[in-house]
Design a protein around this ligand. Structure first.
Ligand code: GBH
Length: 464
């Protein structure tokens, strides 16, 4: 466990994974080479008004060409793990049938390069880039997409299963379902709360079929799924606010945790959503598939949610949360990042303690945590980002606090290794430990990257 070796020094357990994370569409570019076919994000980004400044992931950081140099930077930082995602449309170009060996070859070389650099490969099978052909057949509102995902998982596992240390079937299925099919703010840009709930179930089923495929392929690494879980707090202790927090916790956290870890949907959430669905899309046997054992819980954390119930009867018709139009979201007092998100490490600590209290003593990884700031190079080309150092330090201290309290927290991945295509915000938001000049594609390690490298060498940070 963690030890406090000297006053004000927070030392991490030996073997702790110090990682950084990325996702395929956000960094790779090279979208029409080596047999890759369009994903829903290529289609979405091509539609006017969807992405800030009309940006797309067509080129982004050029990582597909520069992956060797990028692994070299990871080695320089001393990272012990790297979390990347595999682009489904590079592997199964038509979604369902036909395997593209050239696409698989890219990830094969990436994994070997990581191992040669002493960096543990952590692979996410689906970070939002659904093959467009599958969307044309209904996407995640079509149950068949989950079956196709199982086939795709089996294909990747057969090629990489002997070398990946940790697998995530999906990244943040909440975002795929609630933003992709609910609000339409993410690809494929479809709307409707019922769509979001149907997509949620099919994503859960895909996770289960993915776990089954990875197990049957005999993968040597741990198997999990990365959820954008969070601490949901009531604005006051008025009963209506407590109920708003319960409802949002159900629709953000428990609607994923409970099917996956317990094999049931949360009863209160089922009752909440009964206004719009009887959930007849859930078939007998599905929850057994969804709940097959995982080896760890993986969470991506950015900020807590602070919620109240509107007292004036106004409704938020744009909310991503079905049956929660009466719920208001409030900023937590204190600093915010360039995304406008609250900086509050206590939310991460509380989330980690809650997972242990409610779902048992399981290995946990923080598979994403980080902050956007408006980084600008100084005259000498350096990037000084003290706010990001403070963010990382504060959240690593929260992780340390959870470990000290007995949480089996195995590793932490900063989001992100590189500045990249920040979805609907395009290139207007920078999350990297490494700055990318989008004209020259030159990489420059920010002060925060140097700070993290020193923490990795010490296996410790100074307390905030
Ligand atoms: C992660 O998602 C992604 O995994 C990663 O690709 C991304 O680059 C990174 O974080 C930074 O954004 O209720 O509509 O206002 C972010 C998780 C969860 C953040 C939902 C925004 C509120 C959406 N997101 N949250 S909304």
């Amino acid at each position: 466990t963690a030890v406090q070796t000297a006053k004000g020094v927070l030392t991490f357990p030996s073997g702790f994974w110090w990682g950084a994370a990325t996702a395929a569409y956000q960094i790779e570019g090279s979208v029409d080479v080596d047999g890759r076919t369009p994903s829903i994000w290529d289609t979405f980004a091509a539609q006017p008004g969807r992405i800030d400044n009309g940006d797309t992931g067509a080129h982004t950081t050029g990582h597909y060409q520069r992956y060797r140099d990028d692994v070299g930077l990871m080695k320089d930082l001393g990272l012990s793990a790297y979390r990347f995602s595999i682009a489904w449309p590079r592997i199964r170009p038509a979604g369902g049938s036909g395997v593209n060996e050239t696409g698989l070859g890219f990830y094969d070389r990436l994994v070997d390069e990581l191992l040669a650099a002493g960096v543990r490969p952590t692979a996410t099978l689906y970070h939002w880039d659904l093959p467009q052909e599958l969307e044309d057949a209904g996407g995640w509102t079509n149950r068949d997409t989950a079956l196709r995902f199982g086939d795709y998982a089996a294909t990747v596992a057969a090629r990489l299963g002997d070398r990946v240390a940790l697998w995530n079937t999906l990244n943040e299925p909440w975002c795929s379902a609630f933003l992709g099919y609910g609000t339409g703010g993410h690809a494929p840009g479809r709307r409707g709360h019922l769509n979001a709930l149907v997509a949620t179930h099919h994503l859960l089923l895909a996770h289960g079929l993915g776990v089954a495929a990875l197990r049957s392929a005999g993968v040597t690494g741990q198997v999990s799924v990365a959820l954008n879980a969070g601490a949901v707090r009531p604005f006051t202790d008025a009963p209506a606010d407590l109920d708003a927090a319960r409802r949002i916790d159900g629709l953000l956290n428990r609607i994923f945790f409970e099917p996956i870890l317990r094999g049931t949907y949360p009863a209160d959430t089922v009752s909440d959503i009964s206004d719009i669905t009887d959930m007849s899309y859930v078939r007998a046997g599905d929850l057994e598939v969804v709940s097959q054992p995982v080896d760890a819980v993986c969470v991506n954390y950015y900020q807590p949610d602070l919620v109240s119930a509107a007292t004036d009867g106004t409704l938020d018709e744009g909310t991503p949360y079905p049956t929660a139009q009466h719920v208001r979201f409030h900023p937590t007092p204190g600093p915010v990042t360039h995304m406008g998100w609250s900086v509050d490490p206590t939310g991460l600590r509380d989330l980690l303690l809650r997972i242990r209290a409610d779902y048992g003593d399981r290995p946990i990884y923080v598979t994403e945590n980080g902050a956007a700031y408006d980084d600008r190079p100084t005259a000498d080309g350096a990037i000084h980002d003290p706010e990001r150092i403070a963010y990382l330090r504060g959240h690593l201290a929260a992780v340390h606090e959870a470990i000290t309290a007995g949480v089996d927290l195995r590793g932490y991945f900063a989001w992100s290794l590189l500045d990249n295509f920040e979805w609907a915000f395009g290139f207007s938001r920078r999350f990297g430990l490494i700055h990318v000049d989008y004209d020259t594609l030159r990489r420059t390690v920010k002060s925060s990257g140097h700070w993290l490298a020193e923490a990795i060498i010490r296996n410790a940070i100074d307390a905030p």
